[in-house]
Design a protein around this ligand. Structure first.
Ligand code: PMP
Length: 450
């Protein structure tokens, strides 16, 4: 990237994820990050869509600190705690209907897996062990541990790791730009519901435990919003076949789309829901699994309860961060703010980017947006992956102080390069202007050189 980086003494022990040098972070404030060289960066993607309450948030840090000095860790099988109970109660109070029990772990992948285990155990308790398959959608992303990766509709993430876990079947996810439909909004729900019905009929409903979906798809489809009525139909189909539904709100949840739960305005009423990322805003690792008490009661009466625990289950240090973030959200009315500034972001991105060469689509809702770059706008032909267009563009923007999240979509050749925009929810309209102008200028310069 042509940037200076701090040199470490020889023999440092950090296992570098990527084979390149990284700038050394110094501190952050709001939507800005500062490195040791004094360069500033506008964090247009909240890292990996995480930093919901912004960087260097002293109110949030103070609340967590208060808990750390009381008690940071107990095992969730020995104790509960006030912060854990409070976080569970406050999340369940606003969750989709029936989700009235919560568990807390450390990452999105972990709660995705826990949700699948919950569904499978429930079917075993009910005397239907054949119901073990999970229907996932393509494109999708549900995490990087082996089962969560098996679920993810992103073949290029999987290429080194087979054989993957079986019993994952797929159906097409709504993808506005590449649906091939004349009128996505009008025909989309029927179209994708029919595909789901076909998948269920092919596999046999009596073999299917659960269906998992991101209400608004994150990085694998560039913030794809489903067509109106889609989740009402999906819910009806799954109920009719006795299939449990799981909403993966790890990326789109916690206010990012302008409502706390993305499922709510989409009419999705899942049997389980998972949150991560913005729930702690990055202050500590934290994720949540919400389920129905009625289902837990079935397990209690059967084997005694849900057979799942990990070392950091409901650790107070983690759940305190969730409470701190919820306090901050409420005090600053952050979800309404995200809806308002999000509408502005969506409008500005479309106005500024859609006319530009190479910009095929701008999708999204609230403060979650995706920009799809293509070589040919008329045919929607993607750039050859080998050209690493999005990596080049975002590398150049990073060097100029704008952080965005690159994605290559779900499969080589099937979609264009994706730029994910998802700033901290505390972003202002002025920061949005800076973000959009920098991105537009970057795209223009980059596309000219192609
Ligand atoms: N589900 C979705 C929708 C995600 O976007 C992600 C992370 N990008 C995950 C699950 C996995 O979360 P984690 O990386 O915290 O394991």
């Amino acid at each position: 990237m042509g940037m200076d980086t701090v040199r470490y003494p020889e023999g440092h022990v950090l296992l570098r994820h990527l084979a390149r040098e990284l700038p050394v972070i110094s501190h952050g404030h709001g939507v800005y990050l500062f490195d040791k060289q004094g360069r500033s960066y506008l964090d247009g993607s909240a890292g990996a869509l995480v930093a919901s309450v912004g960087h260097g948030n002293r109110e949030v840090a103070a609340r967590i600190h208060e808990q750390l000095v009381k008690v940071a860790y107990v095992n969730g099988t020995h104790f509960t705690s006030e912060v854990t109970e409070e976080l569970a109660a406050r999340l369940c109070a606003q969750a989709p209907p029936g989700l009235d029990r919560a568990a807390f772990l450390g990452s999105g992948s972990e709660v995705t897996e826990a949700a699948i285990k919950f569904a499978r155990q429930l079917w075993v308790e009910r005397g239907e062990p054949r119901r073990s398959k999970v229907i996932a959608r393509v494109p999708s992303y549900h995490g990087n541990t082996l089962f969560a990766l098996s679920l993810s509709g992103r073949p290029h993430y999987k290429k080194f790791f087979g054989p993957l876990l079986s019993e994952v079947v797929t159906t097409a996810a709504p993808y506005p730009y590449r649906s091939g439909l004349q009128d996505y909004a009008r025909e989309g729900a029927d179209h994708y519901a029919r595909l789901l019905e076909e998948t269920i009929a092919r596999e046999g409903p009596e073999t299917i435990a659960a269906f998992i979906a991101e209400p608004v798809i994150g990085s694998s489809a560039g913030a794809a919003v489903p067509p109106p009525g889609y989740f009402a139909q999906v819910g009806e189909i799954c109920r009719r076949h006795g299939i449990l539904t799981i909403a993966d709100e790890v990326m789109c949840g916690c206010g990012r789309t302008g409502s706390f739960f993305a499922s709510t305005p989409l009419g999705f009423e899942p049997d389980a829901l998972v949150l991560g990322k913005g729930l702690s805003g990055g202050y500590v690792p934290l994720s949540a699994l919400l389920v129905k008490g009625a289902h837990l009661e079935e397990m209690r009466q059967g084997s005694g309860g849900f057979m799942h625990a990990q070392t950091y289950l409901q650790a107070p240090s983690m759940t305190a961060a969730g409470v701190a973030v919820l306090d901050y959200f409420e005090k600053h009315d952050l979800v309404s703010h995200a809806a308002r500034v999000g509408a502005y972001l969506q409008r500005r991105l479309r106005e500024a980017l859609l006319p530009l060469p190479g910009v095929g689509a701008v999708e999204g809702v609230g403060l979650l947006a995706g920009v799809e770059l293509v070589e040919d706008k008329a045919t929607k032909r993607p750039f050859p992956r080998a050209r690493k267009v999005v990596e080049g563009l975002l590398g150049a923007l990073f060097a100029e102080g704008l952080i965005l999240w690159p994605n290559t979509g779900h499969a080589d050749g099937e979609n264009g390069d994706l730029v994910m925009v998802g700033p901290p929810l505390v972003i202002t309209e002025g920061d949005v202007d800076e973000l959009v102008e920098k991105l537009a200028r970057g795209i223009m310069q980059h596309m000219e050189r192609r």
